[in-house]
Every structure is written in C-alpha cells, then in structure tokens.
Design a protein around this ligand. Structure first.
Ligand code: GTP
Ligand code: SPV
Ligand code: MN
Length: 587
C-alpha cells in the first residue's frame, strides 16, 4: 500500500531516506495486521501472553525501567516567537530543534521496520475530526494506536481527500533518557519524538496531537482541545446531561467516565463518551458540543477493583494490552489494589520482593478499545458530538479545596479553572505528591502561552449563547491520618447529581467568596458512612487558606505578563476582596 497524496508520499520517502529502515509497512488497521504484529512481538519478547483462559487475547509489555511515564522536562513547544510557547512550556527555537532531531533520527531505523500509521482523531465522518500520520519504528505503538484511534485505510482515505494531516515522527531510538526529546512545531503542525516508547511520549495521536497541536489549532479556529472526560448522566426521569471534566493526570477521569451508580442512585444510567480528551465546539444553536477524538483508553491500572470500578475491572479481562503490571503464578496480570491474587513477578519481570517497591508500576496502564466498556455510549461515533451542560475542574488536594463548588459566572469559572492545582502523580517523571498549578489540567498539554489560552477561554462568552456552568470538585480531601474524607468513585454521582440540579435550577446553595457551595444537606448522603462533621468540612471553606491560595494565584497569573487577560485579574481581585472582607468581619 502507498498513497495517492504526493505530500504524504514524499514525506514518507524523505523520512525513509533519513532513517534507513529495512522495510516500510503502511498500516491498514485490520484485525489481521494487529494479530500479525502481536505474533511478531511475542516472538521477540516485546509482548508476553497472559493467561488465555481468564484473560483471553491479553498481553503484557514491560517498558524499559527508564521509560515508564511522560517526560515533561524533555517535552518542548517550538514556536518562532518564544513568547508564543509561554512559560508554561519548555521552548526551543524551531531551527535548533530541527537540527537536533535530524541528528537523532539519522539512520535510527536501520535493522527495523518503519510503520506508517494514518489515523483520524474523532469520528471519521465528523467535520470536527482531524487527521494525522504517525511514522514509527515501534510495533507496540502501532497496536496501541489501533486500539486508541480510528487508524488505517479509512483514515488514509480521508487524509487523501483533505490533503492535510499532522506529521508525527517517532522512534524509540536507544531508550536512553539522555537522548530523549518530545518536540512540537505547532506552526508546522508537526511532532518529533525520539527515545521513548511510552504512552503519551510515543502514541503521538494522543497528547502530542490531540492536545498540544490541537489546542494551538483550536485557538486559531475558535474551539477548545481539552484534557477532559465526557460522560452522559441519565436521571430516573430520563433526562440526559453530558458533562466534561478536566482533572490532571491520574486524578480520576477514567474512573468518573465509567462510574457505576451506588445503590441509593441505582435508577441513574451513566454513559462513557471519553476518558481523557475532549474537543469542544460552539454549535449553531449557541451550545458547546464535545467529541472524544480517541476511540480507546490508556488508563491507570493500580486501584482498579470490583468495588472501585467494576466496569473497568471487567473491561480489562479480555482484548487488553497491559503495560508494566506484575503477574501472578497463573500468569494473570496483578496490580496494587486489585484485591485478588498475589504477585509472583514484578513489573520488571523479577521475582516479586516487597523490598523492591510496588509489584506493578504506579503508572502501569491498560490499553483497550472503548467498545470493551459496557457503559460505552452509542453517541461516541456521532459526528456532531454531544451538548455539554457543565464543565467541571478538579484536582488532588489534601486540603483547601472543598468537595464541590460552582463558579458565579463564565469569567469566574475561567479563574476557577486557571486556579486548579493538584498533587503530582506517577503519570510524569518526577517527585510525586507535590502541589503544583495545573490550569484546566492542561499544564503539560497546552501548545501555547497560558496567557493567550485564558483569553481564548474567556472569548467563549462571545462565541456561544448557552454557556455551560462551571464547577470545581475535589475527591481527595484527607483527614489528619491520611484517610480520604469522601468515599469517591461511584459515590461521586451524589455530587454530580447536585451539579445537574444546579444546572436545572432546582438545588440550593450557599454563596461564599469562592463560589456557590452546597449546604451539607444538599448532597444526598443516604447509606453513606460519613459523619456530619466531615460533611461540614467538605462543604465549607477555610477563608484564610482560600485567601492565601488566591493571593498566590494572582502572582502566578501575573507571571504571564502582558498576555494575562485583564478580565481574569479582575476576577481574581473580586474573589480576593470578598475573602479579605469576610476575614475582617470575622475578626
Ligand atoms: P490519566 O489517564 O493519567 O489522565 O488519569 P485519569 O484522570 O484518567 O485518572 P484515573 O481515573 O485513572 O485515576 C487515577 C487514580 O486515582 C487511580 O489509582 C484511581 O484508583 C484513583 N481514583 C480515581 N477516582 C478516585 C476517587 O474518586 N477517589 C479516590 N480516592 N481515588 C480515585
Ligand atoms: C496522562 O498522563 O495524562 C495520560 C497518560 O493520560 S499518557 O498517555 O502517558 O499521557
Ligand atoms: Mn491524561
């Protein structure tokens, strides 16, 4: 297979000349191709087969121990003007970046096969979808892209019709962290990634294209590319609300998107549209509509069990690729929090020894097609997407952030999103548990200056007439002893119910300087083992802590200089003044 599109053919030829592969394989996306690549990887040890009886068609891939998470410190946005990338990104001059990458890619595919993967982010027939081509020397990347995107012949057809595509060039190289770079050229709509075979570093359709390049393009074209899940919530009366939630990496998107209602709310239905990325477009009727550009999940494994997320637990018992989990003596996958079985080999393939740390890597992942999920929404393929009733921001905060609150306006909601902060997780290389600012959960993924990004968010006031309400949630508030105050997982529907009731103007709230909070009694806690005192903490604010947080947010926002929209600083000032006034009254 080759292509009728000259621009694509000449790029592939040029990359082949540069990287010198032994052969070139154009991916058609067929099941036969998937099975052929699996066979190849079983033969060379890239994959091992898991227990066929209990985990049919499931495989384990063990990454190089140096290559188990995204590398934000080696990820660059290369714009002509450094200020366009902003201080939220690492920047390299495009010419320097090209020169550096040419050096790395030179002859790097010798002895390897070069795979050409045409893919479409979003339903093939959707005008909101965008296509790309990833060239890679990793068959593991190919099979992951097969599960995660609409990949192969159909995508190529669309690309040939449109004539445009995002160019993604990837090589695992030597997996040497000293020779690893993930660079983006948003102005050229291209990506180059060298030296990692892991998730967001290597599956270029995901974070590199669908967030960094797409966010840049979205700003030019008047839409948003966000790190958000999309979920449909059907009330007992049959009304369906779609909400989009932005939480930082490993902070609960997949779990919320696949939520199973607790007994108390058993007559609710929940439909998963997406678990990681949403593209939001204003429609003709003035609403904001969302599509999920992906068609599969690359989800966090640890913590998944029948109690926390039975949908996910069952979903990954067949047709799944596991990356960096442990295995039992029966060759079943095993991870911390599985609540069943014991590990025999750890994620590095060593005999399990607790002294070596967790058996499964904390950022071990499953890759599955979205259709494996029993809560799969049949609107996943709808070209027009779904209308969004509420946008929810959230983070992992031991303290300060209450369980839930509602922003007072769109502008205030943009401040709430910009003010999101969270404890770092194993999804990226670096220290875990450190609070950092992660506006809209996009710190690692916004392909341009955050100052411009905030202004773009604010501009939706003019672009749409039916703006969604904006909320903030925190499932991770802790008692002194480190226990979570809120049970989380399925029980989060109790909070989402309040959010929907607020959208329908039928729930009460108390006004505070940071926004509208529920009274403790506004959240249904029937059958929950949670004390009045704890609910009191979860549904109130510590004014002094909130004031300190708002002051620090103001400093952070000013850090983007002239690009920080004045309207956002005005919002910060309003909140700060209200908090100060409230403190003065109290003393
Ligand atoms: P990325 O794929 O990295 O973007 O992450 P994500 O936001 O989809 O996170 P995910 O749902 O995979 O959750 C990450 C971790 O948080 C898992 O270990 C979950 O068990 C845990 N988690 C998810 N939801 C909750 C919750 O409501 N409460 C608590 N306490 N933990 C949760
Ligand atoms: C994240 O880190 O937010 C992920 C996993 O969703 S990765 O694909 O590695 O980016
Ligand atoms: Mn993510």
């Amino acid at each position: 297979m080759t292509t009728t599109l000259a621009a694509l053919q000449s790029w592939v030829d040029q990359v082949a000349t540069q990287t010198q592969p032994d052969s070139i394989h154009w991916c058609d996306g067929s099941e036969a191709e998937y099975q052929q690549l699996v066979k190849l990887m079983l033969a060379d040890g890239t994959l091992t087969k898991l227990n066929e009886k209990t985990y049919p068609n499931c495989y384990l891939h063990r990454s190089d121990p140096n290559d188990v998470a995204r590398v934000e410190h080696l990820t660059y946005v290369c714009t002509e003007d450094e200020d366009d990338a902003g201080q939220n990104n690492n920047w390299m001059n495009p010419a320097d970046a090209h020169a550096r990458m040419v050096g790395l890619f030179e002859g790097c595919m010798r002895g390897r096969t070069m795979y050409v993967i045409p893919y479409c982010m979003g339903p093939i027939g959707s005008c909101f979808a965008r296509c790309g081509v990833e060239i890679t020397d990793s068959p593991y990347v190919v099979i992951n892209m097969k599960l995660m995107t609409r990949m192969g012949s159909q995508a190529l057809e669309r690309i040939e019709k449109e004539g445009t595509f995002v160019r993604g060039l990837h090589s695992t190289g030597e997996l040497d962290p000293e020779r690893r770079f993930i660079v983006h050229f948003p102005e050229e709509r291209s990506i180059m990634s060298y030296g990692s075979g892991y998730g967001g570093n290597a599956l270029l359709g995901k974070k590199c294209h669908a967030l960094r390049i797409a966010s840049y393009q979205a700003r030019e074209e008047g839409w948003l590319a966000e790190h958000m899940l999309i979920v449909g919530l059907e009330s007992p009366e049959g009304a369906v609300h779609y909400i989009a939630c932005a939480f930082p990496s490993a902070c609960g998107k997949t779990n919320l998107a696949m939520l199973i209602p607790p007994e108390e709310l058993h007559d609710w239905k929940v439909w998963t549209l997406g678990d990681d990325i949403a593209w939001l477009h204003p429609d003709d009727t003035g609403k904001l509509r969302a599509i999920n550009p992906e068609s599969g999940y690359f989800g966090v494994v640890p913590g998944t069990n029948p109690k926390t997320n039975k949908n996910a637990y069952d979903m990954i018992t067949h047709d799944t690729i596991f990356t960096n989990v442990a295995t039992t003596a029966d060759n079943e996958p095993w991870w911390e929090g599985k609540k069943e079985g014991t590990p025999a080999k750890d994620w590095q393939g060593r005999d399990y020894d607790a002294a070596n740390g967790p058996a499964a890597h904390p950022n071990s992942r499953f890759t599955v097609a979205a259709t494996n999920n029993r809560a799969y929404s049949n609107l996943c393929d709808a070209p027009e997407g779904v209308p969004i009733s509420a946008i929810v921001f959230g983070g992992r905060r031991k303290n300060v952030a209450p369980l839930v609150y509602e922003a007072k306006s769109w502008e205030h909601g943009v401040l709430v999103g910009a003010g999101t902060a969270s404890e770092t997780t194993a999804a990226m290389v670096g220290e875990v548990g450190v609070i950092r600012r992660d506006p809209m959960a996009m710190k690692p993924f916004c392909g341009y200056n955050f100052g411009d990004y905030f202004a773009h968010w604010l501009s939706f006031r003019e672009r749409t007439t039916h703006l969604p309400k904006i909320f903030h949630v925190n499932w991770f508030r802790q008692h002194e002893n480190g226990e979570f105050m809120w049970p989380g997982f399925g029980e989060n529907l109790r909070v989402l119910q309040w959010i929907i009731d607020r959208c329908e103007h039928r729930a009460d709230a108390q006004e505070t300087p940071i926004g509208f909070l529920p009274h403790p009694c506004d959240i249904d806690t029937k059958d929950l083992d949670i004390s009045e005192e704890t609910m009191g903490i979860l549904t109130s604010i510590n004014t002094r802590q909130c004031r300190d947080e708002t002051i620090s947010l103001g400093k952070y926002l000013e850090g983007f200089g002239e690009r920080t929209p004045k309207a956002l600083l005005d919002q910060q000032r309003i909140v700060l003044d209200a908090l100060s006034e409230s403190l003065a009254k109290a003393s």
